[in-house]
Design a protein around this ligand. Structure first.
Ligand SMILES: C=C(O[C@@H]1C=C(C(=O)O)C=C[C@H]1O)C(=O)O
Length: 263
């Protein structure tokens, strides 16, 4: 899971980190497509709807899944954070022997609350159709898959920040000493890279999310009559996900990490 963060520490480069982020786009988009197979299924999110669970069915699935994954070491990777960190069981595996790549500050930066909020309050209604087909367990597992992929991508900002810092410490150190968030944000922002990311994820959403038909002109027909419904997840929603949430929050993680980088 954290292949990028162990034995490769000495060859961690911005190029490699960006490559990892590009691969994660595939995971995120595939999981959104998977979630879009189900309608909204709002009873999965209602607290008290099923008296056998203390909160909502979704919370139950997330907590129980995270407990199991914690036992098998998921949260030993710095970029993996639980959504319910309270009273998680410890890992049953031996700790990795590789030297850490990141400053220990990474361990204290978890912005999953923000991720949970935008995912359920803003993103989900943009790509899940209204309705209820009763498949709440699959829906909740699929939500967790999306949340984990998005969270990992955003917290991967630690590595981005680390390589940027190592690449030009003389630029970052004064801003870190002054605890100057705005300067750090300017230093680590690459507008042209962000534009490319938005375009690429939109294109991937078109490629991954097209209906595959054995009839050659099936897509051409839908093209004319139903352009916005031709893809499994609206590509403009994926681009918006990156523009409004994923990239700003990745940069927030980078700033938070850099602020503590010299502690
Ligand atoms: C991740 C990077 O840092 C910033 C954040 C980006 C992102 O989240 O995709 C893209 C460009 C930068 O503004 C990067 O430079 O690659």
């Amino acid at each position: 899971m954290a292949a990028e963060s162990n034995s490769k520490s000495d060859i961690l480069t911005l190029e490699k980190v960006r490559e990892a982020l590009i691969k994660q786009e595939d995971t995120i988009i595939s999981r959104l497509i998977q979630r879009a197979n189900f309608p909204l299924n709002s009873p999965a999110y209602d607290e008290g709807k099923f008296p056998s669970f203390p909160g909502s069915l979704l919370q139950f699935v997330v907590k129980e899944t995270e407990a199991l994954q914690s036992k098998v070491g998921r949260y030993e990777s710095p970029e993996e954070h639980p959504f319910f960190p309270e009273s998680l069981p410890p890992s049953l595996l031996p700790l990795p022997a590789n030297p850490p790549v990141l400053h220990p500050a990474a361990g204290s930066i978890n912005i999953n609350e923000k991720i949970w909020e935008f995912y359920f309050d803003e993103l989900l209604p943009l790509f899940a159709a209204p309705g209820d087909d009763g498949s709440y367990a699959s829906t909740a597992s699929s939500d967790l898959d999306c949340l984990q992929a998005i969270s990992r991508r955003i917290h991967y900002g630690y590595y981005v920040a680390e390589v940027k810092f190592k690449g030009s410490p003389q630029d970052y150190e004064p801003a870190i000493h002054d605890q100057d968030r705005d300067s750090l944000m300017k230093l680590l922002t690459f507008v042209d890279v962000e534009e490319m990311v938005k375009k690429r994820v939109e294109k991937k959403a078109k490629v991954f999310g097209q209906e595959v038909s054995l009839v050659d002109n099936a897509n051409a027909k839908t093209d004319k009559h139903n352009a916005s419904e031709k893809y499994k997840v609206d590509p403009s929603v994926v681009s918006r996900l990156y523009e409004e949430w994923i990239m700003p929050l990745t940069k927030l993680v980078q700033v938070e990490y850099l602020l503590r980088r010299l502690d």
